[in-house]
Design a protein around this ligand. Sequence first.
Ligand code: ADP
Ligand code: MG
Length: 150
Amino acid sequence: MKKYEWIAMNPEDTMIIAERLAALLQKGDVITLEGDLGAGKTTFTKGLAKGLHITKTVNSPTFTIIKEYFGNLPLYHMDVYRVKDSFEDLGFDEYFDGNGVCVVEWAHLIQDQLPEEYLKICLYYDKETGRKIVFSPNGTRYMQLCEELF
Ligand code: ADP
Ligand code: MG
């Protein structure tokens, strides 16, 4: 499957691509974010929020599992690091076909509970300070989205 790469030398570069992506998003879209601690998953989400004209500050939802923000579209920011098996039991999967955009940090931990189609985004440390951001579209909707974005 085709992948798309973006090199971000600083947090602003990470936010730029996220902001551009935000402009193309529709309700029901699901984005997964993978990467080591400090790779920039939350920074990327801040860029998405900016692009969706959300004025509230986005913080990591590590201890709350999900945070909701309201802009052009609702943004459901999830961090499933501590959830694992109970994700469906807690009813969080309902957000996937809801009225907004879902962003899931550490999504591989709930791999079997993800929708069939989603946009997978992996952030890697690149040399000293930069990051490499790899977009892997899963399904037609996200393949088109990436074609438009890049
Ligand atoms: P995560 O959510 O993946 O744990 P955060 O986004 O919370 O990561 O933190 C990333 C940290 O790395 C921030 O302190 C940010 O300023 C810094 N940083 C340095 N370079 C970059 C970059 N290119 N993209 C994103 N963050 C970067
Ligand atoms: Mg984070």
